[in-house]
Unconditional design. Structure first.
Length: 341
């Protein structure tokens, strides 16, 4: 993680294409080393790849190890779309071609399953939706602070919409209906993010809100849990098509209602949990209005937070996710056996 920001997708086109070509690319020797090592290990019933960007390995893995491959889909479209041409189109075509050798895919939301299914020409029955899960027991809700605190916990980057939240916070204070509101911002901060962060600090200072804002970069896990306990409402108004948004589960586990943009996986998640409200994407005034509405209705605020926590405790735990992934693995293994017979 310390190396984050050292490269961008725009610089990695040639390397990406070579990697996706697997045994036909410039990393062929490394592929063979991996296969040779895996042959020294106990035989696998199923091989799981954490990202479709590793799909260049599948052909050799299937041929040499004889096990079906299950591949996770989670956010790869943003990287592939960031490649410059002609690499972008080549990469998508290579991924689609290599995906023909994958037995099953796992997506964290119906939104992303449908999106990647269309882009990679995948039959719907080959893509299972398994929502992410967290260790809920690590999070406990706390008594809301006396003064309302709006929280953000994600990378401090434009793609996560931090500037939209900052603008909404300024607008909220300009309207003057919610008294004493504060903004607490936490999350990953890399060297490349510093100019963007400085811009947001300057906007807050110009509005006289520097003292009403706290910044908490690069928190450890325990610090993150404690950070969430000190909030009233939560928002990460991402600007792109997020496949899920794990930070929402963490916020809900802490009993926090959320305000998210009406796009990507967010409408699906909020409908499933009843843990928040939607605003218009990339619209600071809409976000400010929804935050204002919640902060002026404490009973509704509390109910949404309770809804979110109950949903996470029942359906979005690490244990529930594990069982559902195991079911996908078992199905992939059974399908492979039937095909061989």
């Amino acid at each position: 993680a310390k190396g984050a920001g050292m490269t961008t997708a725009r610089d990695l086109g040639e390397l990406t294409i070579s990697t996706l070509r697997g045994e036909e690319g410039r990393q062929a020797k490394e592929v063979e080393k991996l296969v040779a090592w895996l042959k020294t290990q106990p035989p696998a019933d199923v091989i799981s790849l954490a990202s479709v960007l590793l799909v260049g390995l599948v052909r050799r893995l299937r041929t040499e190890l004889g096990a079906p491959v299950v591949c996770t889909l989670q956010g790869e479209d943003a990287f592939l779309d960031s490649l410059v041409e002609p690499y972008r189109q080549q990469a998508w075509e290579l991924v689609a071609e290599r995906c023909e050798d994958v037995a099953r895919f796992v997506a964290p939301s119906r939104y992303y399953a449908e999106l990647m299914g269309k882009r990679l020409r995948l039959p719907a029955e080959r893509v299972a939706t398994v929502p992410n899960g967290i260790a809920v027991e690590d999070f406990t809700p706390a008594t809301p602070p006396v003064q309302p605190v709006i929280g953000y916990l994600a990378r401090m980057h434009s793609s996560k919409g931090l500037h939209t939240l900052v603008d909404a916070f300024v607008e909220l204070h300009r309207r003057g209906k919610v008294k004493g509101a504060r903004l607490h911002i936490a999350g990953a901060q890399t060297t490349s993010d510093l100019p963007y962060i400085e811009q947001q600090k300057q906007k807050l200072a110009a509005a006289g809100l520097a003292a009403a804002t706290q910044w908490h970069p690069n928190l450890e896990r325990e610090q993150k849990v404690e950070f969430l306990r000190g909030l009233t409402v939560f928002s990460v108004p991402s600007t792109y098509g997020e496949s899920f948004g794990l930070y929402l589960l963490e916020a809900w586990a802490a009993g926090l209602p959320v305000v998210q943009p009406r796009h990507a996986a967010f409408p699906e998640l909020l409908a499933a949990t009843g843990g928040g409200v939607l605003c218009e994407p990339d619209d600071a005034r809409s976000l400010a209005s929804e935050l204002e509405s919640l902060l002026l209705a404490p009973d509704r605020l509390r109910q949404l937070g309770q809804n979110g926590r109950q949903a996470v405790c029942e359906r979005y735990t690490a244990e529930v996710m594990t069982r559902r992934v195991e079911d996908v693995f078992a199905e992939a293994g059974q399908t492979a056996v039937s095909m061989k017979s």
